[in-house]
Design a protein. Sequence first.
Length: 67
Amino acid sequence: MPTVDGIELVAWILGRRQDVRIVIVSGSDPLYAEIVDLMATSRGRESVRFLPKPLDAEALAEVLKST
């Protein structure tokens, strides 16, 4: 995403849609996930799910089952 980062994207989604769940897959610092989670919960949303890269297929399957 050349003009926006993931945090900005999540903020944009949360500002426009309240009926979606968000799963982020990233190789970024785990602090990134905490920032996004705090942003979501401060807006009254359930936690945004975060999975680290490299992606574990079983972990993704579990997240998708729970969402």
